[in-house]
Structure formats: C-alpha cells, structure tokens
Design a protein around this ligand. Structure first.
Ligand code: SF4
Length: 363
C-alpha cells in the first residue's frame, strides 16, 4: 500500500473520536487527507465505539424474487425490461423454497431484493414477509430496498409510511440500504434518473425507523460522482441518523462496470486504495453510526481484511447466493470457516451476529 501523494490535511482534532467533522472539513479530509493518517483516526473511533478486537459477521444470503424492472439505471447489469428474454418473477412459494434452503444452511439473515416490477401487488410482498416469519422463525427478513418500497407505494396507491407499517405488521424488522447509490441529486440524475432524488431513499428509511424498524445505509461509489457528492451522501445519512437513530451500519462498495451501460464511461472500476479511504473517512464522518462494514465480497478478501485496520468492525456475511454483482461478472465465494479464518488472520476475534448486530457467539 502507498500513501497518498496529496498534501496532508492539517492536524484536525475534529476528525478524532468525540468531535463532529463539518461538511467543509470533511471535503478537505476526504480529498487530501493522508490515507494512513485517516486510517489511524478511524481506528481510534472504531475502538471507542466498539472496544476490543471483536469483528462481527453474519450468515446470510441475497436471493432475488424478480429481475423485471422499469427503472433503467445505467449502472445495472441485473435487470430485464418486462417481457424481455431472461426476465423472471418467482412465485411466493418459489421464493420460500430458496429461503428454506438457506435456513437449512443455518442462515439467519435473508436480504431479498428485486427489480421494480409494476405487476406485483402489495400482497405479494406482505406474503413473503409473513410466510418467512411463520415458516422460518430463525430467519430475519431483511427485505426490500427503499426504491422497492417506493414501487409498492406507487402500485398500491398507499403512502410510503403506510406500506412500511404493513411490512412491519407482517413481521419485518429491518430494511436493507440498497438503492442509495449516491444520495446527491446531481449524481442520481446521471445514473438513475427514474429512481427519484435522495429524498425518496431517505423517506423510506425515515418511515422504517419511525415504525420501529432498523435499517442499513449503503453507498455505491466509483462511477460519476465527485468528492462533493460523497460528502452530500454521508451528510444526508448522518442527519437522518441524528433524527432517528435507526441505522445499524454503513456499507460502502465500489461500482462494478462489466455489462452495464456505464461500462464505457467507467471501464476500470475503483481501487483498493480508494475503498480504504472510503471506509476510514466514513468511520470518522459518521460519528453517530455504530458499525462500519468491510465488504470481502465486493472488494476482495484481502482488501476486506485490511479494511478492518481502517475503521471497519464488521466483515459482512457469507452471501451464499448473489446475482446482482454476478450479472456484472463479479463472483467471489466464501464459507463461514473461511470468514472466521480471515478475521483471525487479520488479528481480530470473529463473532457471529444477527441482522440487528446482536452477537450470537464469539471466538
Ligand atoms: S438497480 Fe434496481 S432499480 Fe435500477 S435498474 Fe437495476 S434492478 Fe432496476
């Protein structure tokens, strides 16, 4: 690893644990801060928030119920237009069959997502939650990103708040952070103009938190955004966290260009160096987030290990099934044993957790 050739930010006590970094200071730190200095600061925040060497992980899987979508995001290799070759929508029973397979492997978190399929009624989603709860009590349904919730609201004619309440009443306790990409109007207009601005993502998460659910926040970077967009994204989620306290973790990952319309504009994707900067900076900036997740899956196992020394305290999940990155030719696999070995090898103590970051077993 090399340090950044950019000039170092002046010593900035605001970047240390306990004091808040303003957007202006943040922009300077993110752009110009020395990488190793950022990492050191991030680790001090990490150990203040999560003392000890424990690094958590979860047994999870990410199946999909449909790839039919009308939203045409330019970074997406996963979706198919309605009626196009390869388009599919699974029945409730077919999805439950997948969840049964996951339960047999000891999975505790199912992150279920799909395209924006205008033909699916709200009852379809509610049945998925209700039946998962009923048939597989050991599994927490971590279902449906914000824009899917927005689609449910549009199709059903209900408000986002009412849709979220119904999901909660069906048994949902947690919403995944997918679909955030970059929460800046400028960036979203360029890569996902039909998805709505940052407020539509924030609205669904605010509604989830108000309904008593928890959620994660994500970021997909490394495409058209600039440093200002990154700061805007982090500022948006930090403000919502101040308001509700409902986010459990922040999970950044880099854009995978293969097979996407954006491929020609961003052919090489992002670097490990940039990822570590993002992990460290987000740990410093998001002073009200308890957990920052390192992604072995999107960034590679070794980079995931190094991220544990740059502020991350969670190693993500086993992800037994995944199709969105796969559609962009990005395929990595692991097992629980390997995750535990990778965490140990990086100098930490593995601990299995639930969807809501409660520790089930340590060591
Ligand atoms: S990212 Fe999601 S909303 Fe956008 S095109 Fe792909 S499936 Fe549709």
């Amino acid at each position: 690893m090399t340090t950044s050739p950019l000039p170092q930010a002046p010593p900035n006590p605001a970047g240390r644990a306990g004091a808040r970094v303003s957007p202006e200071e943040g922009l300077r730190l993110y752009r110009d801060g020395d990488l190793l200095d950022l990492g050191q600061r991030a680790q001090s925040v990490r150990f203040e928030k999560n003392p000890g060497l424990r690094v958590t992980y979860v047994l999870d899987t990410n199946p999909n119920y449909t790839n039919v979508c009308v939203t045409d995001c330019s970074f997406c290799a996963f979706y198919r237009k309605p009626g196009a070759p390869g388009a599919y929508t699974l029945s409730v029973e077919e999805v439950l069959k997948k969840i049964e397979g996951a339960a047999d492997k000891g999975v505790t978190t199912v992150l279920l997502q799909g395209g924006h399929n205008p033909d699916l009624p709200l009852d379809y989603y509610l049945s998925l939650v209700r039946e998962t709860r009923k048939r597989f009590p050991g599994i927490t349904p971590h279902f449906f990103s914000a824009s899917e919730v927005q689609t449910m609201a549009r199709v059903s004619g209900l408000s986002v708040r009412e849709v979220v309440r119904r999901l909660r009443d069906a048994g949902q306790v947690s919403l995944p952070g997918g679909g955030a990409e970059i929460l800046s109007e400028r960036a979203r207009r360029r890569i996902s103009p039909k998805k709505g601005g940052p407020e539509s993502w924030l609205e669904a998460h605010r509604a989830a938190h108000e309904a008593g659910m928890r959620s994660t926040a994500t970021m997909m970077y490394g495409h058209v955004e600039g440093p200002e967009d990154v700061i805007e994204h982090l500022e948006n989620i930090r403000r919502l966290q101040d308001e509700t306290g409902g986010f459990t973790a922040f999970i950044p990952w880099s854009f995978k260009p293969a097979n996407t319309p954006l491929d020609k504009k961003v052919p090489h994707g992002s670097s490990a160096n940039r990822y570590l900067r993002m992990i460290a900076f987000s740990r410093i900036y998001l002073d009200n987030f308890p957990h920052i997740q390192a992604s072995w899956f999107s960034e590679g196992k070794k980079t995931g290990q190094v991220a544990l020394h740059f502020g991350a305290d969670d190693f993500g999940g086993t992800i037994f099934e995944e199709n969105v990155h796969r559609a962009a030719d990005h395929v990595l696999k692991t097992s629980e044993d390997e995750i535990r070995a990778l965490i140990r090898d990086a100098g930490f103590v593995p601990a299995q957790r639930t969807t809501l970051y409660e520790v089930i077993r340590t060591g």
